[in-house]
Write a protein that binds this ligand. Sequence first.
Ligand code: ACO
Length: 373
Amino acid sequence: MDVFDPGLAGVLAAETKLSHVDGEAGELVIGGYPLGLLAQHATFEEVAYLLWHGSRPDDGELAEFSARLSQSRALPETTLEILRRAAQKQRPPIDALRMAAATFDLDLEEGDTEGAPLALATTILARTASAVATYGRLRAGLEPVAPHPDLGHAANFLYMLDGAVPDPKRARGVDVYMMTVSDHGLNVSTFAARVITSTDSDIVSAVTGAIGALKGPLHGGAPGPALDMVFEIGTADRAEAVLREKLGRGERLMGFGHRVYKVRDPRADVLAAAAETLLAEGEQQKLYRLAKDVEATAIRLLAEYKPGRRLDTNVEYFTALLLHGVGLEADMFTPLFAAGRMAGWIAHCIEQAGLGRIIRPQSRYVGPVYTAW
Ligand code: ACO
């Protein structure tokens, strides 16, 4: 008997060694390690290595991987040209990234990556962050900045965006953010990447499709709107009235609710802690406090308006706050999400390719059947 759920809720469509999401316990394990441990001890490079190799790198392996990532950061001319054109039209950064990503392998010659399956993966990962940073400059009317060979992945992203070596606190904020979003079970964009890979298509096609899936506000496109909501509220005493109005109109509160988590998203805690460290002084600290107050009111009102739905804070809410603290414009949040999730997308592509089985569900026809033209 065929079971039909338009959202595929509860359908098991993959076995993975990459990450485990426990929606009831509010736990996320990446490459065997709870996220909290990674956020305390690891860097994004280590987590990307862990996802791609299945084990932590030793010092030598990490140095080699970091060097290869660093050497792969420069963008090909064609990619730069596409970013320039997108900037002329002031296209949203996530669209510019989607266009750029499709060209990431254009300058690679046939055979360049033969016998080195992770060489292309490393190039894509490195170039994603470069493309996001470069687009941030181009659309502001600034010239691109060449990558800094001595900086880590997160610090180099900020360097290529700002043209200056960043404060280590900001760089660590981006680093923690990127590792936090690096993988998350069979989320929508990862599923999209696995579906594309399952046809024996290539990795660039798979991650370009994944970027398209991530863009939507029901997936990765929510942090901008979540921050807008906090700014719209402005002061804690207005939170209840503004949120009641939104819920009364049937609007969704951005940054709350999750298909899998029925308790607080564990990524929210990691990002809230990183945001608290970064937004430690003056006006910034006031914003952090306001966001915490708005969060508490939102959770209380969601329980009142949507009883039994178990809606709590998701990753997007504190993403917004952290990345605002880093100094990014709101429409850069989702592209940076893509730069972090790229590590997981690629790992899933590799895992899926190893199965050699096409993902092909069925549909039930509910249209008419005519008997004459
Ligand atoms: N605000 C208000 N109501 C909500 C919210 C919310 N944020 N989220 C869910 N609901 C309500 C729905 O209106 C629905 O109520 P109803 O049954 O009375 O109509 C009920 O809760 C269930 O909603 P569904 O859409 O069926 O839940 P689903 O699991 O499919 O949705 C989703 C998950 C899309 C994330 C949803 O919670 C949402 O839209 N949240 C806001 C957008 C957001 O924060 N997105 C980022 C998600 S994190 C990520 O993907 C990286």
